[in-house]
Design a protein around this ligand. Structure first.
Ligand SMILES: *[C@@H]1O[C@H](CO)[C@@H](O)[C@H](O)[C@H]1NC(C)=O
Ligand SMILES: *[C@@H]1O[C@H](CO)[C@@H](O)[C@H](O)[C@H]1NC(C)=O
Length: 395
């Protein structure tokens, strides 16, 4: 029976290839930005089905502080928000064998080493001053071996660090102030800093800042100079179509990105050679509450938009910017916040003390994502101080 044997061998080979890919140890992480002492919460990812288990806390060596939500009622003081303590995306970042995070209450940043044999136990290398106040989002360029942090408090702006596997983070260059007029902790969400990322070629550093409606927000772009340092002269854009600019995620090239706008959904933006940013298409999500977080998957050719006010996740076609569907989530999980995509799964920090895992494999043939797990983490304590979502290995 020559033919069936041949089939069996080829199936065996493809199974081995799949197993080889899947057998790498994987972990998911978020930050508990806790005034009593912050920690990274790590979870094991099951290599066979993508589900999460075994939360472990690793202290960051710093303390958390929550941003204050302004009240709609005059005279009522601002209070810490329910589920979004930093008004940010990328409070936790994994790149290569490193994990980076922020300590808003200590004005420091932390760098960890991730051991590929036990990625759920990151090891703190060092903490360094964030130079400003209320560090709330962090970026890393492997090419430049440079980490940069965005501070969103009374002393707002960007600080960068040389990054070394043994010495950790060492201050690099001068502080790049941003005239934000904020306090520590900041009062928002309008008028607060949002996200900091390098573009895919690591030739520029992008910062998003929320406007104060109806005034538009800002995108600061700091080019990398020919000597590999971050320019102190940003190109600043404030397209009128973006008001509450939140997360920024590049769409596979340096020239296009998606920026979420908490006031209506998101926009696809174009980045010109002179680093100016213009809106190509507004993506209006009907009935949205606060579309603050975004993720892009090249593999599934999809942009994901997460809304703190709704459980369902909006799926957008990255070429046309058209909404093509929803990842339906159990409403009991509440809103959807920071999200990371890994292999065929989507990991979403929820408004309830839980993480939702969705299987995306149907997307390649037009079927909707399926929620396969809602991991209850209420035993870890208060949800209000949790933020960020990152995966090892990073894609
Ligand atoms: C901090 O500790 C106090 C006292 O133990 C506790 O009441 C509070 O819930 C803790 N805060 C957080 C965010 O865990
Ligand atoms: C989520 O999607 C499901 C299925 O389309 C729908 O029944 C539900 O109302 C949606 N939930 C929200 C909060 O929009």
């Amino acid at each position: 029976m020559h033919f069936p044997t041949y089939l069996l061998v080829s199936q065996l080979v493809s199974a081995l290839v799949i197993n080889q890919r899947d057998s790498r140890n994987r972990a998911a992480y978020f930050l508990d930005d806790n005034p009593n002492g912050s920690s990274i919460v790590s979870l094991k990812i099951n290599p066979l089905d993508g589900t999460l288990s075994d939360p472990i806390r690793t202290y960051t060596g710093g303390e958390g502080l929550q941003g204050l939500f302004m009240s709609a009622t005059p005279g009522v003081p601002a209070t810490p928000g329910a589920t979004d303590p930093l008004f940010s995306q990328d409070a936790v970042l994994v790149s290569q064998d490193y994990l980076f995070t922020v300590n808003t209450g200590s004005n420091t940043v932390s760098m960890f080493f991730i051991d590929k044999n036990a990625p759920w136990s990151p090891r703190l290398i060092n903490t360094a001053s964030s130079v400003g106040e209320f560090p709330m989002s962090i970026a890393y360029s492997p090419k430049l071996k440079t980490t940069c942090v965005l501070n969103g408090g009374a002393k707002a702006g960007v600080a960068c660090f040389s990054t070394d596997h043994a010495k950790g983070l060492t201050p690099l260059g001068s502080f790049l102030p941003i005239a934000l007029g904020q306090t520590t902790p900041p009062v928002g969400p309008p008028g607060t800093t949002s996200d900091i990322v390098f573009n895919p070629s690591e030739t520029a550093l992008f910062v998003t800042i929320k406007g104060d409606p109806p005034s538009p927000g800002f995108i600061y772009v700091y080019p990398v100079t020919s000597s590999g340092t971050i320019s102190s002269a940003p190109k600043i854009s404030n397209p009128s179509e973006l008001v509450v600019d939140f997360s920024i995620s590049f769409l596979g090239s340096d020239s296009r990105a998606v920026i979420t706008d908490a006031s209506y959904g998101a926009a696809i933006v174009d980045v010109a050679d002179d680093w100016s940013v213009t809106v190509e298409k507004k993506i209006v999500v009907a009935g949205q509450g606060a579309s603050c977080w975004g993720a892009y998957s090249q593999r599934f050719n999809t942009i994901f938009i997460m809304d703190a006010g709704h459980s369902n996740i909006t799926l957008v076609d990255p070429e046309s910017g058209d909404i093509k569907g929803f990842a339906v989530q159990n409403a009991a999980g509440m809103g959807s916040l920071d999200t990371a995509q890994d292999q065929t799964y989507l990991y979403t920090l929820k408004g309830s003390p839980s993480i939702s895992v969705s299987d995306l494999s149907g997307l390649t043939h037009g079927a909707a994502p399926k929620e396969i797990q809602s991991l209850d983490l209420s035993a870890l304590g208060e949800r209000a101080t949790w933020t960020g979502m990152a995966i090892y290995p990073s894609s």
